[in-house]
Design a protein around this ligand. Structure first.
Ligand code: ADP
Length: 467
């Protein structure tokens, strides 16, 4: 069956507020280390490939290929060990949090081994004149981002000492030089002034990088701590609100039931005949009570979707069957407003995994809204079809429609749209219906959209994963 759009207008999805997240802090130490290890495997590969290709492709001469490959083997071996040690903590935030000190230790050792390997690599590729010295900064950055301020400074210091030892050692002739021709600009000519300039510039670079990054990381950590606190406070308040809702609902339900029963006793004449005036008052009280109990009923569903009721076992629900029955059950209501309500469906089964009671509540809300917010003599079509592993339900009416600016917020609690030129908007209601629809649909892994145009009509689209 081809589902036609009855109304023009862009689909607007049910929106809700998302908790902000800072990407740096979203990653746990285990995950960060794991990423770091994967990058190091790439570096090992790059050293081996570079050692073989640099002489052949770029024409670098006197390159110590055996030395570089041995270095890659040592680095790769260490990395395999680290990989095996860290793997159990990858994507396991709780375990990583428990073993935080241990993982920090692993990180210290790996950064230290990296510095040693890097120093050897630089020695093999030109020492004081090697362009690869820049890789020292990379490790200063990693240490500053992943470790505490003190640890970052210690690693920066270690890196600088190693670089100084290499540069000064080569200059003084204590370390045999390696000058692969082509990779190093002026092999062999080392002056004290050059060595001094190099060490001062590198020292400043190391210090500034570490200072700036640790400062930034401290700011981010403070923000993160504030966010965590705010989040905890929010959860606490949300729990309080839920408890309050429960108590309020519980305490409201029984008196409303009791008063309603006493009023119907009065209308039935058990306490004597009522005057016309009394009968009117009683009728009006009953109407108001009816609205109040509908409101309590809505609140109950709202709290059911919050309190994890959806974790109850879901069961296969045939949406064709459910919608067919709902359309049938609501025909009287539609006829009372002189609407023509029809149901269309595919021949294919359209089952979803869900909780029938909740799905029913969501769909009833959409159908009764369509009946309510369409002026008398309207046309309402309920459709269901299966589309690429999703079941799509449409409730279309040719009613008053919804302005674009109102569409996004309709799914929030207690939002109602009142229009003086559309008397149907004055219908009694709580403004909770659509928020219940959204919660139920999202809790089932689906989504809701509105396609609507003012004064032309609305189509509410619910998409759920097919079972
Ligand atoms: P309630 O119906 O209790 O007011 P809902 O959350 O179900 O609460 O609906 C919120 C508002 O959305 C309604 O007050 C109405 O203004 C608007 N609305 C919902 N469905 C339709 C519809 N089919 N056509 C036009 N407006 C609608």
């Amino acid at each position: 069956m081809e589902v036609k759009r009855g109304t023009a207008g862009k689909p607007v999805e049910a929106g809700h507020v998302k908790t902000p997240s800072i990407f740096v802090h979203g990653l746990r130490l285990g995950d960060r280390l794991y990423t770091f290890i994967l990058i190091r495997f790439l570096v090992v590969g790059a050293i081996v490939v570079g050692a073989f290709f640099a002489p052949v492709v770029v024409g670098i001469q006197d390159l110590d290929v055996a030395g570089l490959v041995s270095l890659a083997a040592v680095l790769g071996g260490c990395n395999v060990i680290t990989f095996l040690v860290v793997r159990p903590y990858h994507r396991n935030a709780d375990r990583a949090a428990e073993a935080r000190r241990f993982l920090e230790g692993v990180l210290h050792v790996t950064i230290f081994i990296d510095f040693i390997c890097l120093t050897v690599a630089i020695w093999l590729v030109g020492g004081p004149q090697s362009p690869f010295q820049a890789f020292f900064i990379f490790h200063v950055i990693i240490a500053s981002v992943l470790l505490s301020t003190r640890a970052a400074y210690i690693h920066t210091g270690i890196g600088y000492v190693l670089l100084t030892a290499l540069v000064v050692g080569t200059w003084r002739g204590w370390i045999p030089p390696h000058y692969p021709r082509g990779a190093v600009p002026c092999g062999g000519i080392l002056e004290g002034r050059y060595i001094l300039t190099l060490l001062v510039v590198q020292g400043m670079l190391f210090a500034l990088t570490a200072l700036l990054l640790t400062h930034l990381m401290n700011l981010l950590r403070t923000d993160e701590a504030e966010l965590v606190d705010a989040n905890e406070e929010l959860s606490r308040l949300s729990e309080m609100r839920r408890d309050f809702l429960h108590i309020a609902m519980h305490n409201l339900r029984s008196p409303v039931g009791a008063v309603s029963m006493m009023l119907s006793n009065m209308t039935s004449g058990y306490g004597g005949t009522l005057s016309e005036q009394h009968r009117q008052w009683v009728d009006r009280s009953q109407q108001r009570l009816e609205e109040l109990s509908r409101f309590i009923h809505d609140l109950q569903f709202l709290s059911a979707t919050e309190a994890g009721a959806l974790e109850e076992h879901a069961e296969p629900v045939d949406m064709r069957d459910l919608l067919g029955r709902l359309v049938e059950e609501n025909q009287d209501l539609a006829r009372a407003r002189e609407h023509v309500m029809t149901f269309e469906s595919d021949d294919e089964a359209a089952s979803v995994a869900g909780i029938p009671r909740l799905l029913r509540e969501a769909l009833v809300n959409l159908i009764t809204n369509a009946i309510t917010y369409t002026p008398e003599g309207g046309r309402i079509t309920v459709r269901v079809q299966k589309r690429d592993q999703r079941v799509r339900v449409e409730v279309e009416d040719n009613g008053i429609g919804i302005a674009l600016e109102d569409q996004g917020r309709l799914f929030q609690e207690f939002v109602r749209v009142q229009r003086d030129d559309a008397p149907t908007t004055k219908a009694p209601g709580s403004g909770l219906g659509l928020s219940i629809v959204r919660r139920i649909v999202e809790a089932h892994g689906g989504r809701v959209q509105i396609i609507s145009e003012l004064d032309k009509g609305s189509t509410f689209v619910v998409e759920l994963p097919a079972a």
